[in-house]
Design a protein around this ligand. Structure first.
Ligand code: G6P
Ligand code: MG
Length: 216
């Protein structure tokens, strides 16, 4: 028994599936710049910050841009993305996610969000689950991207829980590594082939339970 005291959740791909909106907005930007990229390429953007995503996409299109141009492009993409997430509704919470976070609260386990997204606050409000998180650490509060553990360590610190007593839920390999780098337990959401370093891999939070936390 590890006596887990806090659960820290990534947002995109764990609580909601916003990858599709990121994809639509990045694709629109790429198309305006005269090239395209596949949904398979989009997989490589999961868990990757906005600026790093833009750099990858420009690389795929064989384009070089100045920092000022990049800033304008990232803002253009984000405006389209925000337009889409503003229309999100509570039925877009992934199966079992709300229920599991609620069961943590009932069991006296603290909850935090740990996401690279600067839009985390808007998304949580739109899907109606902002009240379920004791602490929200998002892209506005951190400077080092995953696999640096900063986002999760800040979450643990604000919750007042030692990293060893925290479990991170992550769908991206960089996020799983960030949790390990922070000396935390980690549950991978996705496939064992990709997230094999995690203590446990499940297909979604509908497969998680408080009891399983004791076996990590
Ligand atoms: C998450 C997503 C990434 C996204 C990043 C930044 O990590 O998985 O695809 O690029 O957040 O999101 P933002 O909303 O700040 O552009
Ligand atoms: Mg994610």
């Amino acid at each position: 028994m590890n006596k887990i005291k806090a659960c820290i959740f990534d947002l995109d791909g764990v609580i909601v599936d916003t990858a599709v909106y990121h994809y639509k907005a990045w694709k629109r930007l790429a198309n305006e710049l005269g090239f395209d990229f596949t949904e398979e390429d989009n997989e490589k953007l999961k868990g990757v910050s906005r600026v790093a995503s833009l750099n990858l996409i420009l690389q795929w299109g064989g384009l070089t841009k100045t920092d000022a141009e990049k800033e304008e492009l990232a803002t253009r993409k984000n405006n389209w993305y925000v337009e889409m997430i503003n229309k999100m509704t509570p039925d877009e919470v992934l199966p079992g996610a709300k229920e599991f976070v609620e069961s943590c609260k009932r069991a006296g386990i603290k909850t935090a969000l740990g996401s690279a997204s600067k839009n985390s606050g808007t998304i949580l409000e739109k899907v109606g689950i902002a009240h379920l998180f004791d602490v929200v650490i998002d892209g506005n509060k951190v400077s080092k991207p995953k696999p640096d553990p900063e986002v999760f360590l800040k979450g643990a610190e604000e919750l007042g829980v030692a990293p060893e007593k925290c479990v991170v839920f992550e769908d991206a390999i960089a996020g799983v590594e960030a949790a390990i780098n922070g000396r935390m337990k980690v549950v991978g959401i996705g496939s064992r082939e990709v997230l094999g370093k995690a203590n446990l891999v499940i297909s979604g939070l509908d497969k998680m339970s408080i009891e399983k936390l004791d076996d990590l």
